[in-house]
Design a protein around this ligand. Structure first.
Ligand SMILES: Nc1ncnc2c1ncn2[C@@H]1O[C@H](COP(=O)(O)O)[C@@H](OP(=O)(O)O)[C@H]1O
Ligand SMILES: [Mg+2]
Length: 253
């Protein structure tokens, strides 16, 4: 089937549309806190489900906000989406939250778009610039969850003599590596495929290292959507980061 919009153009459209909707809900709903987060999750999910059904009726979808279906396991094309990554930060009125749109085709991520509406930014894997090189002699910096930093953070920080930059949303943290604001993002202890699929596709296109914390490949559209840990970093840092993790964890912290 031929579509008027390319997959890349559609992914950017979806990220922009969901971002606008999330900003509108936050501005107009009068809700706060957890209720605002729930309303945002639901509004962005409804909008994305509608647009995907309209533009790609034959594709499967794996979304944080929709019931999972076995249909995606035999599908050739699966959109892996997180309508609102960083729900906590969104509901607190902050800017560090994101919309994730990824496309998986026959075993591999082929496209990702990460919208950061609070910064009026959408990064798409087919147009993203290579991650800029750090300044000579600059201290290495790590993006880390602001609300639940994993235990693995400290040994990695120590091994690299790095500074920590806490922020919300996996997408925002991976985008920070892509944009050269930090050198690495290390996470462990729990996450799902939708939390990382889109930003990992963008990071790979920008030339960054992406893997599990034991160095094995990140696998998407797996039957179990749980994907609890990952490393996204400048490629030259990967050996040191993976070694620090291997020396200091039993692989699951
Ligand atoms: N230990 C854990 N278990 C499950 N999900 C986790 C997690 N730590 C982080 N996440 C998810 O990863 C995303 C980024 O988290 P953080 O901002 O703390 O780094 C959030 O996604 P959602 O906001 O889509 O739920 C959060 O729920
Ligand atoms: Mg998420």
């Amino acid at each position: 089937m031929t579509y008027a919009l390319t997959d890349a153009a559609l992914s950017a459209l979806l990220a922009n549309a969901a971002g606008d909707e999330l900003l509108r809900v936050r501005r107009e709903s009068g809700l706060e806190g957890k209720e605002l987060g729930k309303a945002g999750d639901a509004a962005a999910q409804a909008l994305l489900a509608g647009l995907l059904a309209e533009h790609r009726p034959d594709d499967a979808v794996l979304s944080e906000e929709a019931k999972d279906s076995e249909a995606r396991l035999s599908a050739d094309r699966v959109w892996i989406i997180d309508p609102l990554d960083g729900t906590r930060e969104y509901s607190e009125g902050r800017a560090d939250w994101a919309v994730h749109i990824a496309l998986w085709e026959r075993g591999e991520l082929t496209l990702g778009a990460v919208g950061i509406p609070g910064e009026e930014l959408v990064l798409v894997s087919d147009t993203v610039a290579p991650a800029p090189a750090p300044a000579d002699g600059a201290q290495i910096s790590l993006a880390v969850s602001r609300s639940r930093p994993p235990a693995v953070t400290e040994p990695v920080r120590e091994a690299l003599d790095a500074s920590l930059l806490p922020m919300g949303s996996a997408g925002v943290k991976i985008a920070a590596v892509v944009r050269g604001q930090v050198d690495a993002y290390v996470h462990a202890g729990g996450q799902y495929q939708w939390d990382s699929a889109a930003p990992v596709a963008v990071a790979r296109a920008a030339g960054l290292h992406t893997s599990r914390i034991d160095g094995s490949p990140l696998v998407y559209n797996d039957a179990d959507p749980y994907l609890p840990d990952l490393v996204v970093c400048r490629p030259e840092l990967a050996p040191r980061i993976l070694a620090a993790i291997a020396e200091n964890t039993d692989g699951d912290s």
